[in-house]
Design a binder for this molecule. Structure first.
Ligand SMILES: NC(=O)c1ccc[n+]([C@@H]2O[C@H](COP(=O)([O-])OP(=O)(O)OC[C@H]3O[C@@H](n4cnc5c(N)ncnc54)[C@H](OP(=O)(O)O)[C@@H]3O)[C@@H](O)[C@H]2O)c1
Length: 274
């Protein structure tokens, strides 16, 4: 049987979250439903969506149609940049809940640390948590200065921080800070959308372990204790990504991959919101 520490993690409020999930950015309508249905069939139990992705309804449909018990699936969604502020965040949460056709959300994240309103939005998330409408609350794109600022007014330490995190964007300072404060780090765009799959160092590791680039990169996350939410609409890739936990990179290779850091980004640098 698989070691559960490789497949799930306990958050700072003791709830369990799968380490590998399906990211559903840039998939719509029937394609989104199909991807989620396939992922759930394969065994994925974490689905990462956002109000911004305009597919919460389809994600909700797929979850309903799967027949899997609600408490076996971990649903993440996020507060959109246009919905910051206490009242707006409360309203946006209700809308997401309705689109997802759910009574509660497992994890609600602030999508980006927008300057105007991020403090009030966090207070709204704390209220949603106190009212048990969400099982955990967290943030995304919070680098160390944002985490420090949040601590100055938060009653609840974020359960999760979702950031862009790859060997080519090895944000060790954020990883260390999250470990120190008990926040689970989660990697988005973990596959660099395939852009770095031809890095000769990755190809060499693929040969050594007889694994694909996606599996090497996802396993690197797992070895560092980082959750990852790769996106795919293709069944064989969903399976390949899901199978990335069932081997071990040697520690030397993990450390080697840490050295690939070159500040390479797919998404915006949140520093603009400081
Ligand atoms: N919080 C944030 O600000 C934020 C920002 C960006 C993303 N995210 C989240 O993170 C998730 C993942 O990030 P992402 O979608 O940007 O990028 P990603 O997961 O790094 O890469 C997805 C791309 O790689 C392809 N792919 C997937 N598995 C593959 C495999 N095994 N082999 C070859 N190609 C593969 C996919 O194509 P196919 O679909 O055709 O397979 C897709 O084009 C998003 O879906 C979203 O949930 C969050």
């Amino acid at each position: 049987m698989m070691d559960s520490s490789r497949t799930s993690t306990k958050l700072n409020n003791n709830i369990v979250m799968p380490l590998i999930g399906l990211g559903v950015y840039d998939m719509y309508e029937r394609e989104a439903e199909q991807a989620v249905e396939s992922a759930l069939e394969i065994g994925y139990r974490l689905i990462d969506t956002a109000s911004m992705y305009n597919n919460e309804k389809e994600i909700g449909n797929a979850i309903k149609n799967s027949g899997i018990k609600r408490d076996e699936i971990f649903i993440t969604t996020k507060l959109n940049n246009t919905d910051h502020g206490y009242d707006q965040a409360m309203k946006a949460f209700d809308e997401s809940l309705q689109k997802l056709q759910q009574d509660y959300i497992d994890l609600y994240l602030i999508h980006w640390p927008i300057k105007e309103g991020r403090k009030e939005s966090w207070k709204a998330l704390e209220k949603l948590y106190a009212d048990k409408r969400v099982r955990a609350i967290g943030v995304a794109n919070y680098t160390v200065p944002f985490l420090e600022e949040l601590k100055s007014y938060a009653s609840i330490i974020p359960a999760v921080n979702q950031i862009e995190f790859t060997p080519w964007l090895y944000q060790k300072d954020v990883l260390d800070q999250c470990k120190k404060q008990g926040t689970q780090l989660q990697s988005y765009s973990p596959l660099t959308r395939g852009i770095k799959f031809n890095d000769p160092r990755i190809i060499k590791l693929c040969k050594k372990y007889q694994r694909s680039p996606a599996q090497i990169i996802l396993n690197w996350n797992i070895q560092l204790g980082v959750s990852a939410i790769p996106k795919s609409i293709k069944v064989e890739r969903l399976q390949e990504n899901f199978d990335a936990t069932n081997f071990d990179l040697d520690l030397d290779d993990v450390i080697f991959m840490n050295s690939f850091n070159e500040g390479f980004r797919i998404c915006d640098d949140p520093i603009q919101f400081l």
